[in-house]
Design a protein around this ligand. Structure first.
Ligand code: SAM
Ligand code: DTB
Ligand code: SF4
Length: 340
């Protein structure tokens, strides 16, 4: 195993170094990423996460990719926060189906303080079932992050989505700095960070470099890095734009390159092959697993969009000889501590 495959995680990556990784011959890049993956993770295992939308639609933010924004006309009905018991019933089903992590998303700019008691009850209830908990509720104050930590929340998902340069073209109702501030509150509260973004929004490779660079130079790498391929939804700004220019869809090889560069630059993190698998070939997904992706969302629905579905995933895992990850690797948790 080459020394750089087992090197401690670095947070001083330069954009030039990251650009140079993207420019490697494809097979060389994937080979290096696979070496890094094997040095730090059980490479034949993939973490299965279940996603539930606990509050759908009617979101005041204007994220150009999202069907849940009030600015979108994607036919998503706005709902209130789900009843706590209904969330817990859904979590119990996920646990019985073998899921180890339950991720809950709300279409909010930020939670209101009056929402927090129900959120706390949900976190305690799902944790009590023996599953890891993850929530994505929008921006948080330091106090709200503290309340979630106290309730026992394991992970908070808050994506930076794209490069700092491109951010303002995709979302105008908040800034990248707002996003980074919430990540800081989450980190300081002692909750593990889940942060990634979306590729295939018509960005340049330089944007993909800037996106990975922002994550890989955070004071500490996110424990989970979701890489979403844009699901182009009719009625959203980006969905409609891409429908008119079909060639704008992200090239599969460039998508795999992004996964590989995330794996090399953030060796200890879980890299999640997130949205977009439903329209991805088995071969592309296999390349992503080879390039170091080791987590997926299961089930036939993401938040509003379709997902690959359990039958398709079971068939793919059988074909590739992959196994569901039993629990988070202790090696990783202790190594992350050591890297502090
Ligand atoms: N409102 C919260 C927020 O924005 O942080 C949580 C929910 S939001 C839907 C979670 C993430 O889903 C977004 O940050 C984005 O990265 C991803 N996402 C949303 N719509 C998507 C789409 N059409 N294709 C791919 N990823 C998408
Ligand atoms: C993430 O990065 N991807 C998930 C999760 N975090 C919350 C959400 C994907 C949403 C895809 C579009 C939809 O279902 O509306
Ligand atoms: Fe709202 Fe999140 Fe969708 Fe943006 S991504 S519109 S914040 S639900």
């Amino acid at each position: 195993m080459p020394a750089d495959a087992v090197a401690a995680p670095r947070t001083d990556w330069t954009r030039a170094e990251i650009a140079a990784l993207f420019e490697l011959p494809f097979t060389e890049l994937v080979f290096r990423a696979a070496q890094v993956h094997r040095a730090h993770h059980a490479a034949g295992e993939v973490q299965l996460c279940t996603l539930l939308s606990i509050k759908t639609g009617g979101c005041p933010e204007d994220c150009g990719y999202c069907a849940q924004s009030v600015k979108a006309d994607a036919g998503v009905e706005a709902t209130k926060l789900m009843d706590v018991r209904a969330v817990l019933r859904s979590a119990a089903q996920a646990r019985d189906a073998g899921s180890k992590r339950f991720c809950m998303g709300a279409a909010w700019r930020n939670p209101k303080d009056r929402d927090m008691p129900a959120i706390v009850e949900i976190v305690k209830g799902v944790s009590g079932m023996g599953m890891e908990t993850c929530m994505t509720l929008g921006m948080l104050t330091p106090k709200q992050a503290g309340i979630l930590a106290e309730a026992g929340l394991d992970y908070y998902n808050h994506n930076i989505d794209t490069s700092p340069e491109r951010y303002g073209e995709i979302i105008t109702t908040r800034t990248m700095d707002d996003r980074l501030e919430t990540l800081d509150h989450v980190r300081r509260a002692g909750i593990a960070v889940c942060s990634g973004g979306i590729v295939g929004m018509g960005e340049t490779r330089a944007d993909r470099v800037g996106f990975v660079h922002t994550l890989a130079t955070l004071p500490r790498h996110p424990e989970s890095v979701p890489i979403n391929a844009l699901v182009p939804i009719k009625g959203t700004v980006l969905g409609d734009m891409l429908a008119d220019t079909p060639l704008a869809k992200i090239d599969d090889i460039e998508f795999v390159r992004t996964v590989a560069v995330a794996r090399i630059t953030m060796p200890l993190s879980m890299v999640r092959l997130s949205a977009g698998r439903e329209s991805m070939s088995e071969a592309t997904q296999a390349l992503c697993f080879l390039a170091g992706a080791n987590s997926i969302f299961t089930g036939d629905r993401l938040l509003t969009a379709a997902n690959a579905g359990d039958d398709a995933d079971a068939a793919l895992f059988a074909k590739l000889g992959l196994k569901p990850m039993e629990a988070e690797e202790p090696l990783r948790a202790s190594a992350l501590q050591a890297a502090e």
